[in-house]
Design a protein around this ligand. Structure first.
Ligand code: BDR
Ligand code: CA
Length: 311
């Protein structure tokens, strides 16, 4: 059973990722959920994470609030995609479970130091601010992490918040640059993968058919979330970015990629937050990430549906 910490900015697709993780207790031990400012401000991401734990009947999962702004830039949010609350769509009750008093960064550091080295995987679904702050505060944790599996970046697929940058990396490029240089094993799920897992009607209907409260709430979230892509691009569904991270932990065979060097652009205004992926190994820069490019979308949705049904 793999021990994980989920660092997140929910977000409807973050919600799907959290549900996939909590629906997989045989494989995954969710030690804690840390929240960061991203899709919406920190007060809302910390609220939303607790709403999701309650929705899944898992008030035992500890939720920690972390950074409320990127390392050195003003926060950019994405209400245009996720709505005012970040979880627009279903009617959700305000959470009653408590937020932990410990800061998310301290929780990450303390947990990595107290658990045996190499046993904890950090799953990041939002900007990398908390992770960068933890690495800055306690550089020794780099050698203690099993790996970081992240949703972030894009290469052949380009960006989704600027032509060059994907949202999670764009919000805090300095943090991302620190993480990619920390020497921690990284698995990256870029837009090249996530744009292949679309919330097609037939797939969403299978989740609806489960009929449970978490399943219906998820469907209502996805229906809100996908309208951005459906209206703007005329696509048949929205890209379910963040659950690819959790799916990778459960079924790595669903994904295909290669190990290569990734650098983050921080200087240019035009391309800030761009993930420069040396896919063709045209430099001698050292490989620092396993970059995914392909996914079995059918297998991914089967897995998601099966695990949401267990909640
Ligand atoms: C990423 O940005 C957020 O809007 C999503 O939750 C996902 O983590 C996709 O670019
Ligand atoms: Ca997210």
């Amino acid at each position: 059973r793999r021990k994980i910490i989920i660092d997140t900015d929910p977000g409807q697709d973050d919600a799907a990722a959290i549900m996939l993780a909590l629906g997989s207790p045989e494989e995954l031990d969710v030690l804690g959920i840390t929240t960061v400012a991203g899709n919406v401000p920190l007060s809302l991401t910390a609220r939303n994470a607790r709403i999701l734990c309650e929705l899944c009947g898992r008030t035992d999962v500890k939720v920690f609030a972390g950074a409320d702004a990127p390392l050195s830039r003003p926060l950019v949010t994405a209400e245009h995609v996720h709505g005012k609350t970040g979880l627009d769509g279903p009617d959700l009750d305000e959470p009653t479970m408590a937020l932990q008093a410990t800061h998310a960064v301290d929780y990450i550091v303390e947990t990595l130091r107290s658990e045996p080295a190499g046993t904890i995987t950090l799953c990041t679904l939002g900007p990398l601010t908390n992770v960068a702050l933890a690495l800055q505060k306690a550089p020794d944790i780099a050698g203690r992490l099993a790996e970081i599996v992240m949703m972030g970046g894009g290469f052949f697929e380009g960006g989704n918040i600027t032509p060059a940058a994907e949202f999670n990396i764009y919000v805090d490029p300095e943090a991302a640059a620190m993480v990619f240089r920390a020497g921690v094993p990284i698995v990256m799920m870029p837009l090249d993968v996530t744009h292949k897992v679309l919330t097609l009607n037939t797939r969403v209907e299978k989740i609806r058919a489960i009929g449970s409260r978490p399943a219906i709430a998820l469907v209502e979230m996805l229906e809100f979330f996908e309208r951005f892509d459906v209206e703007k691009y005329g696509s048949d569904g929205g890209p379910l970015h963040d659950p690819t991270v959790i799916a990778y932990l459960l079924r790595p065979d669903l994904f295909d990629g290669r190990v290569c060097n990734v650098e983050i652009e921080t200087a240019s205004e035009l391309t800030a937050g761009m993930t420069v992926v040396d896919w063709w190994q045209v430099t001698d820069r050292k490989p620092n990430a396993r970059v995914m490019r392909d996914v079995d979308a059918h297998g991914f949705f089967e897995l998601l549906t099966e695990r949401v049904a267990r909640l």
